[in-house]
Write a protein that binds this ligand. Sequence first.
Ligand SMILES: Cc1cc2nc3c(=O)[nH]c(=O)nc-3n(C[C@H](O)[C@H](O)[C@H](O)COP(=O)(O)O)c2cc1C
Length: 197
Amino acid sequence: MEGIFRRCSVRLFEDKPVEEGRLRRVLEAAIRAPNAMGLEQWFFIVVKRGDVVKRIWEIIRDAHLFYYERARKKELKREQVKKLLRKFDEGLYLAPVYVVAYLDERRRGLKEEFSDVEFLWGVESVAAAVENMMVAAAAMGLGTCWIGVVNFMEDKINRLLNPPDGCKLIAVVPVGYPKEEVKPRPRKDLEDICSLV
Ligand SMILES: Cc1cc2nc3c(=O)[nH]c(=O)nc-3n(C[C@H](O)[C@H](O)[C@H](O)COP(=O)(O)O)c2cc1C
């Protein structure tokens, strides 16, 4: 429970490695997630090598720019883009480790005619694993952030990491020690997003 209530998105990290044992525990937590048909349709690539870390970070930067300038309904103003780039220069999203989460579509459990449900269940299973990972990390004092904008640049990520055929990119998760204290962000009141029948 503590991890759940402590977790929040961390986007600035200390230049300090994550201990092997902790990283392993985070991944062990990931694969404890419920998963459709018990198929464990996930695949993780853990990136620690300096040159690859730098490339992932550059893709994260480009993908955020694409999101803010091209994909989002409400575009950022020039000044806001400049401000964002300055934050990247200060190390925004740069972490000692990136865990790249894939849906392994080679393992299938439904007949072809239900492939849309199969895909949905697969994404949900990997999402549950990613959340487990983030909660476990938070419980150990580590910071994470779900990076979804990389989905706009899936080809670039795949060319760099060369995942097994049939793997679909779900998210990139930076993992590291938070550089500054980040507090859990507010949420809507339960009364506004729940109804009782
Ligand atoms: C599917 C998904 C995609 C996300 N993509 C990004 C992203 O690309 N960049 C980012 O900074 N945060 C991303 N986030 C994090 C959200 O912005 C964040 O969870 C939300 O603002 C709530 O803040 P909190 O995590 O601190 O509670 C993503 C979260 C989810 C679930």
